[in-house]
Design a protein around this ligand. Sequence first.
Ligand code: NAD
Length: 256
Amino acid sequence: MFAGKRALVLGVANRRSIAWAIARRLAAEGATVALTYQGERIESTVRELAATVASPLVTACDVCSDAEIARVFAEVCEVFGGGLDLLVHSVAFAAAEDLEGRLIDTPRDRFWTALEVSTYSLLACAREAEPLMEAAGGGSIVTMTYLGGERAVPHYNVMGVAKAALDSSVRYLAWELGARNIRVNAISAGPVRTLAARSIAGFSTMESIVAERAPLRRSIEADDVGAAAAYLLSDGARNVTGTTLYVDSGYHSMGM
Ligand SMILES: NC(=O)c1ccc[n+]([C@@H]2O[C@H](COP(=O)([O-])OP(=O)(O)OC[C@H]3O[C@@H](n4cnc5c(N)ncnc54)[C@H](O)[C@@H]3O)[C@@H](O)[C@H]2O)c1
């Protein structure tokens, strides 16, 4: 499905990462996949994973730094011969203490950090990707969101506010980049046990509620998200942009 396609995936921390499920899927379908990681602590893990998909570029990227993002896209441009077809943004952060108390108590600085890492980073990356995707004749961008941006999900708090802004950003970016044949979509995933998920208080409750009440009465797996992302990134979705695809066993459609 992706033979000859060049992809950049941000957000692999370990083998449980949703970004890794997507990267693996893209590589299995023939894409060449560049990866970024945040911080030396996870570098060796990400490099080991990258080796299994013959990634031509594994590089550090803290999305809080515009300079670092610019450097990453310059490296991508070099390695991929000036073009980029696919971009996966699977990055988010909020302080653990803000994922257990009340939203109302979130201090100003941590509020902005959550929005900077989880939302603004999509704009910053899309801006750098735009000329490379234009050079490729178009492109597709996918980001990861969650129902907590549309409804109040206890404990999700500031991350829900960040996801609401992310969802809105997807629509504006889709409009702005559509003229260049660049599509922008989000996947709203049900709970998946990852590093980031572990910092949400009551995560197991979220998981068991979905398994109990979703129409399909089961939890989802990261590979389900990999398959959905592959669809959104593929030519089969060439007229799909500015939307959210729910991979949550149907939970979002329920009222109780
Ligand atoms: N796991 C779930 O249940 C779930 C559900 C819906 C949406 N999501 C979203 O999926 C995405 C991926 O999360 P995940 O669950 O795979 O967890 P994860 O911990 O594997 O991935 C989160 C990634 O964000 C990266 N990151 C954090 N701060 C960063 C920074 N400053 N610069 C660069 N990278 C940074 C981390 O290094 C990590 O790779 C997130 O946007 C998350 O909100 C997750």
